[in-house]
Design a protein around this ligand. Structure first.
Ligand code: BG6
Length: 476
């Protein structure tokens, strides 16, 4: 890897999501999103989903880091690091406060015009996710979230408005963030954040999840078609949570089970990229007698709306052992991998797994890839003189970028860019904590929203800036 650089057009940047940093949850006519009714949790303590906003509860996303008012200052800092791109999402509820209106909210649209203009001022390309764990709460209350086919029209209407409005400002889009997290439908959390599903007692959760996911995939494919009609230069991708799942041993039964676990987690990208369902899953639906609402027309839409690239997040890998059945239930079936270490939040850190993932996606889909999230959530200490010595984050990023470099330069993987997660500290999605920090920029806000809100450059800020300036040449 001696002094070799990444390709000249490689997009270095950072990633965030609207609901995790914007705050201002009612400004400019914004409606309530599903994130606005999630309380603060912690490692091992899930966030509560309340019935509307309840007095006396604390909702971290209501304030975020007040990016809504401070974005100019933050983008200036991203520019100082040399970002070529900035991944964020458009809060659906700023544009359609309830989600089912016919006409959009101009104030919400204007906010993103201003935000994208500010990025473009510094030659930072916005990379935009349409739905990132922040669908309108009204759609959950009124329609039961994505279990209702009507959501396809609501979403495609939202997508169409965004595509038309920002067609000259945004080229790279993604439809649904980590659409495949709902594989973990059993505990309810991911099915809620992905699809707005709140399960009723006695409901067949698995069937509910598959039905919702099907409607989302159809909506995604429709959006891809619409987007390409509006601007043929658009690149519209999937967004998949990639966690490679290894067999714990070389026992054939472990290997077969690991393969099924990967299929279970990643069939979503099969549909996005191939335009049809894998046969093992159709057989599974039949065996379970789900009788899902999947029409011939839906299948034609999936085929016609294949994604242009695979965007994915990468944080960790899992391991599994044969359980004697060929159905994977992630929360129960994961076992600790003795060869990798875990973060303070129990996420198994595995840089080599990133190279594995890049090769796996390439071999399977033959599409360009985009790493749109990767990073280390950790507790940072700010010293009395406002320094943050986060060498652990630098090491983490270095090790992952090295594997990425090998995949690009040695294996020939076509990688568009790299946007580490939470390039500025923000509210954690799983726990709602501010103290689980990912950023290059420290934000003086605690778990309860207390603090000055001031921004401070961490050591990793300077490291990442220099790494971008040398285009990865020093990563060896
Ligand atoms: C991904 C999400 O799951 O991981 C982000 O797309 C999220 O929204 C990120 O913030 C890190 O997870 P967490 O729970 O540490 O914020």
């Amino acid at each position: 890897m001696d002094k070799q650089e990444f390709p000249q057009d490689f997009m270095w940047g950072g990633a965030v999501a609207a609901h995790q940093l914007e705050g201002a949850y009612q400004a400019g006519g914004k409606g309530l999103s599903i994130a606005d009714v999630m309380t603060l949790g912690s490692h091992g303590v899930p966030r509560k989903i309340t019935d509307g906003v309840v007095d006396g509860e604390y909702y971290p996303n209501h304030n975020g880091i007040d990016f809504y008012h401070r974005y100019k200052e933050d983008i200036k800092l991203f520019a100082e690091m040399g970002f070529k791109c900035f991944r964020t999402s458009i809060a659906w509820t700023r544009v359609f406060p309830n989600g089912d209106e016919a006409e959009p909210n101009e104030a919400g649209l204007q906010f993103y015009d201003d935000l994208f203009d500010e990025c473009l001022k510094y030659d930072i390309q916005p990379v935009v996710t349409l739905s990132h764990f922040e669908m309108p709460y009204h759609l959950v209350q009124q329609y039961g979230g994505w279990r209702d086919r009507k959501l396809i029209d609501f979403f495609t209407n939202f997508a169409t408005v965004c595509f038309k409005r920002y067609q000259h400002k945004v080229k790279y889009w993604m439809t649904f963030n980590e659409i495949n997290n709902q594989t973990n439908y059993e505990d309810g959390g991911s099915a809620y954040t992905d699809s707005g599903l709140l399960f009723k007692p006695g409901e067949d959760k698995e069937k509910g999840m598959y039905q919702a996911a099907h409607y989302e995939l159809v909506a995604s494919a429709k959006a891809v078609q619409i987007g390409h009609q509006i601007n043929p230069d658009f690149e519209i991708g999937s967004m998949i949570a990639m966690c490679p799942i290894y067999p714990l041993t070389s026992k054939p039964a472990d290997i077969l089970f690991a393969q099924r676990a990967m299929q279970t987690r990643l069939w979503f990208s099969d549909v996005h990229a191939n335009g049809f369902y894998p046969q093992w899953l159709l057989n599974h639906f039949d065996r379970k007698q789900f009788n899902l609402d999947m029409t011939t027309e839906d299948m034609a839409i999936l085929k016609a709306g294949k994604v242009d690239y695979i965007g994915f997040s990468y944080y960790m890998s899992f391991a599994v052992q044969d359980t004697g059945k060929l159905e994977y239930h992630e929360n129960q079936d994961r076992v600790a991998n003795p060869y990798v270490e875990a973060s303070e939040w129990g996420w198994q850190v595995d840089p080599i797994g990133l190279r594995y993932a890049l090769n796996w996606f390439t071999d399977r889909y033959h599409l360009p890839l985009f790493i749109v999230e990767n990073g280390l959530g950790a507790i940072d200490e700010k010293t009395a003189d406002n320094q943050i010595h986060d060498d652990y984050r630098i090491n983490y990023l270095h090790d992952h970028i090295l594997q990425m470099k090998k995949a690009v330069l040695e294996d020939g993987v076509q990688l568009l860019g790299y946007t580490p997660w939470g390039c500025i500290d923000l509210v954690a999605a799983s726990t709602g904590q501010m103290s689980k920090r990912y950023g290059f920029i420290y934000v003086d806000v605690d778990d309860y929203g207390q603090g000055t809100g001031n921004r401070y450059r961490k050591d990793s800020f300077y490291w990442y800036r220099d790494m971008i300036a040398t285009n990865g040449a020093e990563i060896n």
